[in-house]
Design a binder for this molecule. Structure first.
Ligand code: NAD
Length: 372
């Protein structure tokens, strides 16, 4: 994983993938904030916008046009908003789907590690569906494997297949395969243990080793890697238990490492600790260009109304400044500005509570810039 050296004046090229739904609205706020940060530093950010997801299907017939991949590969980092929406929902296997763009770009850029920090902003304690006393001390990092497992294994749909006993009742059959190689588990485990070393030195490895063969291999490999990190405590946890523990006692977690689909589900669950899906950022890292995106989807139910919460997108920008550009000072400044806006009582509708001042997407971006 590469990080550019900080200091001397430089130009950083960001590939923007606004995608669908609220994507363009929150992307505009990210661009505004990056431009403002650029004015206050020695860095100039330049932007190349490309199509992904439903917007790309409409324009080119493909959810991931070659021009988009080309722009992403040439950039210093990629900032993706969200893709998808009812317009492109289909169960027909041969029709293009927006998610193919998302999965395709992750695979093409080799983004095997998805980092999702779950951070509780004190002013938002009352926005969570959990009581504040359960949230004290919550500060976790979910490390999700992103290019393997069920989402990338062999899959098919077959017609006129007899039932399992071969007794007739022919019908459709579909299957997806959870498939993991040793090296895929090893490299994601190392990301988790390295992260734990800089934090509270505890890793929960989440699997389903009582049932799944992939999970038994997962457990073996994670334990082998753990031997290289004697200062880090390793705890195995079954995924069904983790789903419960996240609600029962979320503060027990420091770093949680898990396979692709378990991580997808558990990170949405964990987002509710923060009060809203609109508050959770993510970084997808590999050996080349990294990609940053909020954890939420394209929220078609509120698209075009100017009420989307841009903070998960801005927190993704914070991760980009830190991980891809080594601009920790600018990242700290942005994080502090977001916290200040929340402390001052401003909220978008999804996180609004009693006594808060409700603002729209654009105003929220302006308020953050004022506090940079
Ligand atoms: P979603 O995350 O888009 O929305 C879930 C709920 O959260 C909605 O009520 C929405 O209004 C709200 N919400 C989400 N982000 C918000 C924000 N920033 N501000 C305020 N409210 C916000 O999930 P969904 O409704 O299940 O999916 C909608 C579409 O998004 C689907 O097409 C799905 O495939 C796609 N999706 C894309 C991604 C991605 O691009 N990474 C991730 C998940 C879902």
């Amino acid at each position: 994983m590469s990080a550019l050296a900080p200091l001397e004046p430089r130009t950083l090229r960001i590939c923007l993938l606004p995608g669908d739904g609220i994507g363009p609205e929150i992307t505009a706020e990210a661009v505004k904030v990056l431009a403002a940060l650029g004015e206050r530093s020695h860095v100039t950010f330049t932007f190349d916008e490309a199509l992904l997801g439903g917007a790309a299907i409409d324009a080119t017939g493909s959810a991931l046009p070659v021009e988009t991949l080309d722009a992403a590969e040439k950039a210093d980092a990629v900032l993706l908003a969200a893709i998808g929406g009812p317009k492109w929902d289909t169960t027909e296997p041969d029709k293009p789907r927006p998610e193919q763009g998302l999965l395709g770009i992750r695979k093409a850029l080799g983004l095997y590690a998805n980092l999702r920090p779950v951070r509780i902003f004190a002013p938002l304690l009352d926005a969570s569906s959990l009581k504040p006393e359960y949230l004290t001390g919550v500060d976790m990092l979910i490390v999700r494997e992103l290019t393997g497992g069920l989402y990338f294994g062999a899959r098919a749909r077959e017609r006129d297949v007899p039932d399992a006993a071969g007794e007739g009742r022919p019908g459709m059959r579909a299957y997806d395969t959870m498939d993991y190689r040793e090296y895929e588990i090893e490299r994601i485990a190392r990301v988790a243990f390295d992260a734990a070393l800089t934090r509270r030195k505890r890793v929960h490895s989440v699997d389903k080793a009582n049932v799944l063969e992939t999970s038994r291999l997962w457990r073996e490999v994670v334990h082998r890697v753990a031997a290289d990190y004697p200062d880090v405590e390793l705890i195995d946890q079954l995924v069904d238990n983790s789903a419960m523990q996240l609600i029962r006692e979320p503060a027990q977690f420091d770093v949680m490492v898990t396979e692709n689909m378990f991580g997808d589900i558990l990170s949405d669950e964990a987002s509710m600790l923060t009060g809203s899906l609109g508050m959770l950022a993510s970084a997808s890292l590999g050996d080349g260009t990294a990609l940053y995106e909020p954890s939420h989807g394209s929220a078609p139910d509120i698209a075009g109304r100017g009420i989307a919460n841009p903070l998960a997108m801005l927190l993704s920008v914070e991760l980009m400044l830190r991980h891809s550009f080594g601009l920790d000072g600018a990242a700290d400044k942005l994080g502090a500005a977001i916290e200040r806006v929340l402390l001052d009582g401003y909220r978008t509708r999804d996180i609004a509570g009693d006594g808060s001042i409700v603002v729209g997407t654009v105003e929220m971006g302006d308020l953050v810039i004022e506090r940079l």
